[in-house]
Design a protein around this ligand. Structure first.
Ligand SMILES: O=C(O)C(=O)C[C@]1(C(=O)O)C=C[C@@H](O)C=C1
Length: 326
């Protein structure tokens, strides 16, 4: 019987940056690809098992963390990050043919895209009202639909190139030409991606309450084991004011002794710590490991302690006390 094809979902519709990220996954071109209208819907499809994995945005070099994703993977049925993808971001301004920049009164795009074009918009369309869109491509495609109440959109160049109904009014309108968005492919817990030496580990750590220095203790678990952090963000749990969790990316794989030891330390401090995955870095940069935090150093240290335990009687011998004479 032929194997059933892999099924992916992504923040759609076609033409989003998220779809571009999914197409970086080997075999994605031959897989079934189902667009989802938002990050939660995409992750729900993974949880209920109707798709194998979902590609979602997690972090932008200009605007920071994508909170919808950070929150959705931190709670609910457990999920795992299987890989990451980096997409260079450039934006175009599109409208219906015949529209001039001076005609624009209302403009739509994804919130992260709007944040990355803010300076351009202030300079070129200062009076235009911003209408939030579920994605850049959804905003652009909406212009082909007579019912939408905006007259321009900001999207990826690819959308404009494929739609004769859309005219490009301006190119490269992002405020930061080097902008990059990081995406993650999220699946259900199962096989762990192999350790490559150029890996990342993502965890969610609820901040223990009413404990002075709790954040310091969390950071210390990584610092004392020579584990570098590439992202740390605090997010409210939503339960009540002042209750936060930390979303953390650390260099290394849970199969690295120093990372495993740091995670064990986190679990002691905050038992509800959630492991979100170890996966290879999209940029392929290998982690530099200091000698005293290498697997070999951890092994040697553990065998030293075990030797001590083996050669020493850990529990004092039990000598029953003579019963007092009556
Ligand atoms: O709207 C899209 O095209 C998306 O893929 C989402 C998204 C994001 O969430 O940051 C991805 C990349 C860009 O930074 C802007 C929007």
């Amino acid at each position: 019987m032929p194997a059933s094809p892999v099924t992916y979902t992504f923040l759609g519709p076609e033409g989003t940056f998220t779809e571009a990220a999914l197409m970086q996954v080997p075999g994605a071109a031959d897989a079934i690809r189902i667009p989802s209208s938002n990050v939660n819907a995409a992750l729900d499809r993974v949880r209920e098992g109707s798709v194998d994995a979902a590609m979602v945005p997690i972090e932008n070099s200009v605007e920071g963390g994508v909170t919808a994703t950070l929150d959705a993977i931190a709670t609910g049925q457990e999920l795992r990050i299987l890989r990451e993808a980096l997409v260079p971001i450039s934006f175009v301004l599109v409208a219906r043919p015949g529209t001039r920049i001076g005609d624009i009164r209302r403009i739509s795009t994804h919130g992260h895209a709007w944040a990355q074009c803010r300076l351009w918009a202030e300079k070129n369309i200062p009076d235009a009202e911003y209408i939030p869109g579920s994605s850049t491509a959804a905003a652009a495609m909406g212009l082909l639909d007579d019912v939408v109440h905006y007259d321009a959109a900001i999207c990826a160049p690819i959308v404009a190139g494929e739609q004769p109904g859309l005219a490009v009014l301006a190119k490269n309108i992002g405020d930061n030409p080097g902008a990059v968005t990081r995406f993650v492919l999220v699946g259900r817990p199962g096989e762990l991606p192999e350790r490559t030496g150029a890996d990342k580990t993502t965890v969610v750590v609820p901040l223990p309450e009413d404990r002075p220095g709790a954040l310091m203790e969390i950071l210390d678990q990584f610092a004392t084991r020579g584990v570098n952090l590439s992202r740390i963000e605090s997010r409210p749990t939503g339960q009540y004011l002042g209750h936060y969790f930390f979303s953390i990316d650390a260099d290394g794989h849970v199969a690295d002794a120093r990372v495993a030891d740091a995670l064990a330390g986190l679990h002691r401090i905050s038992p509800a710590t959630r492991f979100l995955g170890s996966y290879s870095r999209a940029d392929g940069v290998r982690t530099e490991v200091e000698r005293h935090t290498s697997d070999r150093a951890f092994r040697a240290a553990h065998s030293w302690v075990n030797e001590i335990l083996d050669s020493t009687s850990a529990e004092p011998e039990y000598t029953p006390q003579a019963s007092p004479k009556s």
